[in-house]
Design a protein around this ligand. Structure first.
Ligand code: IPE
Ligand code: MG
Length: 224
């Protein structure tokens, strides 16, 4: 969800104003999912690298996350959305983590749309944490190193219950991955759009999905 800062800047407003506008977009996009046939949606809200931003921006974003949870919790529950969070919670404030846990619990029986929110998430960090837990299992004698393969490692990732993404969309004209779902995106299709996230409407989303549907995916095989 890139481009909030530039969106605000273009209007002579502080960056946080852009993040607020970006937050409102999340609702529109999540609500459009059932109609568009999207069962799993993962949004990148805060990366392990975003701590490098000013204290004011980081605090502002954390406040927005808490506000989003408070404001949206009941609507998400009532609209059949199951919410999960990925990323390392250890560095997040206790209050926020508590709210994240509660929202996961509140929506755990929903199955219409699976919304995953990545907070303090980094693909490399996730693989490193997964490896650490896997290594602990080996050390404890519960896992045979000879049996470790890609599937084994995937079970230790934050996303272990989720399917790999079919399509990764990056907004704001940047053509890079920036540590998002590195492992899981091995065979994902990518779409880079110039639209800044606060301008990303459900119509743009629908258009991207239509184009995606025309792509031929071979997963390393030859067209059949
Ligand atoms: C939102 O956009 C991404 C978040 C980390 C919340 P940016 O804050 O990266 O916006 P730009 O790139 O400065 O425009
Ligand atoms: Mg950015």
């Amino acid at each position: 969800m890139d481009g909030n800062g530039r969106w605000a800047q273009a209007r002579g407003k502080p960056r946080l104003f852009g993040h607020q506008a970006g937050g409102r977009r999340v609702r529109e996009i999540v609500e459009s999912c059932p109609q568009l046939g999207v069962k799993y949606l993962t949004v990148f809200a805060f990366s392990t690298e975003n701590w490098k931003r000013t204290q004011a921006e980081v605090t502002g974003l954390m406040t927005l996350f808490k506000r989003y949870i408070t404001k949206e919790a009941n609507a998400l529950r009532d609209n059949g959305v199951r919410v999960r969070f990925i990323g390392d919670r250890i560095r997040l404030e206790t209050k926020l983590v508590e709210m994240m846990d509660n929202l996961e619990k509140l929506t755990e029986h929903n199955d219409l749309v699976h919304l995953t929110i990545a907070i303090n998430y980094g693909g490399r960090d996730e693989v490193a944490r997964a490896t650490k837990r896997l290594a602990r299992e080996v050390k404890a004698g519960r896992l045979d190193p000879e049996e470790v393969d890609a599937e084994t490692l995937a079970k230790y990732l934050d996303t272990y219950v989720l399917p790999d993404p079919d399509l990764v969309i990056r907004t704001s004209g940047e053509a890079r991955i920036s540590n998002f779902l590195l492992w899981q995106s091995a065979y994902a299709e990518y779409e880079f759009v110039d639209t800044l996230w606060p301008d990303f409407t459900k119509d743009i989303f629908a258009e991207i999905l239509r184009n995606y549907a025309k792509r031929e995916r071979r997963f390393g095989a030859v067209a059949g």
